[in-house]
Design a protein around this ligand. Structure first.
Ligand code: ADP
Ligand code: MG
Length: 330
């Protein structure tokens, strides 16, 4: 099968490539044409996933398709943007029909869930990797940024943390999992839930936001730096799932919540007056701390003392001597 046949058979005719609102021209020409509504800005974000770095070689293609699109769409959630379309630059070692079918099924599933239309891409031969670019729209001036947090704001997260990081050893070993709690963790890894509705609901309310992709501590550092505030995180307020606590002891579970980025929850700051209304619609929102004057991220113990977080840093590519395994990081 040639390149063009492959594109046509698997991608141009996929359910996710059916044109939707905001897409004036999709796959087939030299480029796509997106049409944001009047008064909207285009939000754009790209993520690359490389075999052996972000997922184990031999990973299930359906899961991979779902996850690749979910982690990329999560950036639109973090901007408060409404999804429009995405492109897929795919590098494949070979045109394996089973693999391609499974991968497109995964993409279709997540694209329908997120209301994202596949509008173009590129297909090349080489070691397996994929670069997805998502496009969304957000009313001019209303995008959620990392800057803007104010001393006095609450620091919140959109839901439970650490599940996907706890699943990483299972993902890497690729052993059969029959335990129900472990199954839940694995599902959280392979099918992160981009917080798109919440992201849009936070417009005009949250003062700063991002999606947690490198770990809570590291990502809170981004908000603290961009906003020029200090952030205090209360350790006992970290929301941990029952599946996580069934699988790991509390200390290990907290470590996953603090340094694991694979859940793709949102972290955001809100003025206290906004919180009750938000929590009425989004009961999963948890206050985990607050913004103060300063330029640090501190983890606070129940007795008020500051916990030493050196050694629980998040993940960075190109960082020497990382104690963490690469795989699973986006
Ligand atoms: P060009 O030669 O202009 O780069 P291509 O031959 O690479 O065009 O692609 C032809 C059409 O198919 C373009 O519209 C392109 O966006 C689309 N396309 C190529 N690969 C993919 C893919 N993996 N997923 C979706 N669309 C793709
Ligand atoms: Mg091309």
């Amino acid at each position: 099968m040639g390149e063009f046949e492959l594109i046509h058979h698997y991608f141009a005719s996929a359910a996710c490539a059916r044109r939707s609102d905001g897409v004036a021209l999709g796959i087939g020409d030299d480029g796509a044409l997106l049409e944001p509504d009047d008064g909207q800005q285009l939000a754009v974000s790209t993520d690359t996933l490389v075999a052996g770095i972000h997922f184990p070689p031999g990973s299930d293609p359906f899961q991979l398709g779902q996850r690749a699109l979910a982690v990329t769409a999560s950036d639109l959630a973090a901007m408060g943007a409404e999804p429009l379309g995405f492109t897929l630059a795919l590098t494949l070692p070979e045109a394996d029909p089973d693999w391609l079918q499974g991968f497109v099924r995964g993409l279709d599933e997540m694209a329908a869930h997120c209301r994202l239309c596949l509008v173009g891409g590129d297909t090349t031969r080489g070691p397996l990797s994929m670069t997805l670019t998502v496009f969304g729209q957000v009313p001019r001036g209303q995008a959620l940024l990392r800057s803007g947090a104010q001393p006095g704001d609450w620091l919140c997260v959109s839901g439970e943390l650490g599940d996907a990081a706890a699943a990483l050893p299972l993902v890497l070993s690729q052993r059969d999992v029959i335990d129900a709690a472990e199954q839940k963790l694995l599902a959280r890894y392979w099918r992160p839930e981009p917080q798109l509705q919440l992201g849009q609901a936070l417009r005009g309310k949250a003062t700063a936001a991002l999606d947690i992709s490198d770990g809570l501590l590291a990502d809170c550092g981004h908000i603290a730096r961009a906003s020029g505030v200090g952030l205090l995180i209360e350790m006992e307020k970290l929301p941990l799932s029952s599946a996580l606590l069934q699988t790991l002891d509390r200390q290990q579970a907290r470590r996953c919540a603090l340094s694991g980025g694979d859940d793709y929850q949102l972290a955001f700051t809100v003025p206290p007056a906004q919180l009750a209304e938000l929590q009425r619609h989004w009961p999963e929102i948890r206050v985990i701390g607050r913004a103060v004057n300063g330029d640090f991220v501190q983890l606070i113990d129940t007795d008020g003392s500051v916990i030493d977080t050196r050694g629980i840093a998040g993940y960075q590519h190109f960082q020497e001597d990382t104690s963490k395994n690469d795989t699973g990081k986006a």
